[in-house]
Design a protein around this ligand. Structure first.
Ligand SMILES: N[C@@H](CCC(=O)N[C@@H](CS)C(=O)NCC(=O)O)C(=O)O
Length: 206
């Protein structure tokens, strides 16, 4: 049995989305995004930093959303969402899978600066720098997507869930209209039923 530890709108949305794309059965353990819930002795015994995502599959426990995507594809995919070693798109698959974090770190810094840190301690310099760095990372994506619908020419794959989440997060801090190919890509992604099934519902949606 697969269990995913998740917080609404956090990077664990990547793993949730991919599980949904793969059509796997899993148990979702959803926690409010607060240290009070993430740093309990019980959860620290699952993830040593008390962060999300964390995936448990039988005896195996995995954190890091990139590793989780790679594992799920190697274990459960038929070659649609994954690219095995030797496949002509394997190296691109790896590069874009991990590019997701290059984009997401700036969104995560902006969450810290705008939501987690109280206003008097927020830094206008950090906010400006992180927004600019987020935009630079989206520029690279925009150029890449000017010639293809998804990150790989071969179609939608697991890196699209990880990068797609990063774009979803980034869109809260910059206007995607400045990156038309990214905007169109984001619209394609958000139309997918598996993406929609990974969005928060109820109180967590606000
Ligand atoms: N590189 C890790 C980052 C995991 C991470 O930092 N997750 C954030 C949510 S987006 C978290 O759990 N933060 C809670 C905290 O730092 O207390 C991954 O991609 O899985």
């Amino acid at each position: 049995m697969i269990t995913l530890y998740h917080c609404a709108n956090a990077r664990s949305m990547r793993s949730l989305w991919l599980l949904n794309e793969l059509g796997l059965d899993f148990e979702l353990v959803e926690m409010p995004f607060h240290v009070k819930h993430l740093r309990t002795p019980e959860y620290l015994s699952v993830h040593p930093l008390g962060r999300v995502p964390c995936l448990v599959d039988g005896d195996l426990t995995l954190f890091e959303s990139g590793a989780i995507a790679q594992y799920l594809c190697e274990q459960y995919d038929d070659g649609t969402l994954g690219r095995a070693p030797g496949h002509p798109e394997r190296v691109d698959w790896l590069q874009w899978l991990h590019y997701a974090e290059t984009v997401a770190v700036h969104g995560a810094s902006m969450v810290q600066q705008t939501v987690i840190i109280a206003e008097p301690d927020q830094s206008p310099v950090v906010k400006k720098l992180e927004t600019r760095r987020l935009e630079k990372s989206l520029e690279v994506l925009n150029e890449h997507l000017s010639e293809r619908e998804y990150l790989l020419t071969g179609g939608f794959t697991a890196p699209d869930t990880n990068v797609g989440y990063s774009v979803h997060l980034g869109s809260k801090f910059t206007d995607l209209a400045a990156f038309p190919h990214v905007k169109a890509y984001y619209e394609r992604l958000t139309a997918r039923p598996a993406f929609q099934a990974s969005l928060p519902t109820g109180a967590a949606a606000v």
